[in-house]
Design a protein around this ligand. Sequence first.
Ligand code: SF4
Ligand code: SF4
Ligand code: SF4
Length: 402
Amino acid sequence: MSVKVNDMCYMWSADDDLAKKGEYGGAVTTLMKYMLENGIVDAVLAVEKGADLYDAVPILINDPKDIAKSAGSLHCGTLNIAKVVEKYLDGVNDIKVAVTCKPCDAMTIRELIKKGRIIEDNLIMVGVNCGGTMPPVKTREMIEEVYEMDPDEVVKEEIAKGKLIIETENDEKSFSIDELEEDGLGRRTNCQRCEVNIPQMADMALGNWGVIGPLAGKATFVEVFSDKGADVLDKAISAGVVNIEEANPKGIEIRGKINQSMVNLANKSKEFAYSDIKGDILEVFAEYQDEFSRCMKCYGCREACPICYCPECSLESNGPDWLTKALIPAAPMFHLERMVHMVDSCTNCGQCEEVCPSEIPVAKVWDTVNTKIQEIFDYYRGVEDEGVVSPLTYYQDKGLRD
Ligand code: SF4
Ligand code: SF4
Ligand code: SF4
């Protein structure tokens, strides 16, 4: 096998049609099609455009002819696809699937693999770099009102040199990302805090950062992270469905710098978001009681959270009355219970916050607590080695929970 873990290259589709449809040379789409056509997987899980560009809908494809539907990136695709893998595909228990995943998807999938909820051997994780996703409704409004562009004509969105650039076929405008985000626009707040932009926990990562020279905009930068990823790439290259070229060293350096500037932005956001929150985990929890006092106990955050997968949730189970029925706002026990069950694996994916009808910054609360857990246990969600389980799983194994 000539492709190895840690290899980097530029890649683009040998199929002109897919190369045109894809965002940067159609590498992701072509790899997916190849895996499906050659029985490496039974199906491909990706997202497709729903009603408009701002509507990302998960789609399970088992006919290679349908693959083109998933070509291109949807920058308002805020869903966490790990939930689909775990819940709706039964953790890929009896089906082999290739899934496109952003870092937060990939991190959540890793956590669910460790918890025995997803079968790793049946999954190929085709990671895509991510600098942030934007909430659909607010983004349409921002493009109309701030950028004075037609949201339906947008073809590309990018963060570069501290600016959020929006492009249509004939126009391009940019505004300072800091200023937009200070005004509550731009990326979701969890994305502003996200410091994992290249999904190194996937089998491979693909993106446009670092593609320079004549291939800029026409090829994808690929980095290999696992033997499984190397094997798929090796086969696709040998079959001639994708073209590759060695990555330019200057391009590799630029990619590293872009990644570092995203990490710096995230650290700045975290510092700002957590600056007034001091103390231990319970003090952090207490700090947010005012926010939680708005909770209408709709269970939306639990339903949306990919880490909350128990068939019978202890918040609703028979037996000890953990939670007084019919009490609104929910007693602190409601959120404390969720906290002890999922917070060590919380990947800051933002699903809980997006669905909360009371606009409680739930993802921020759990990310704050998770940051404390990282400090205490030295456990980093979604990126630790296979053998390292999350701290609360460890306690469970030791029987300390009982
Ligand atoms: S949380 Fe991170 S990986 Fe997920 S969408 Fe936001 S920026 Fe991308
Ligand atoms: S608690 Fe919220 S941010 Fe954390 S994993 Fe669950 S849905 Fe995602
Ligand atoms: S989604 Fe919001 S209102 Fe509903 S249970 Fe969760 S925190 Fe409470």
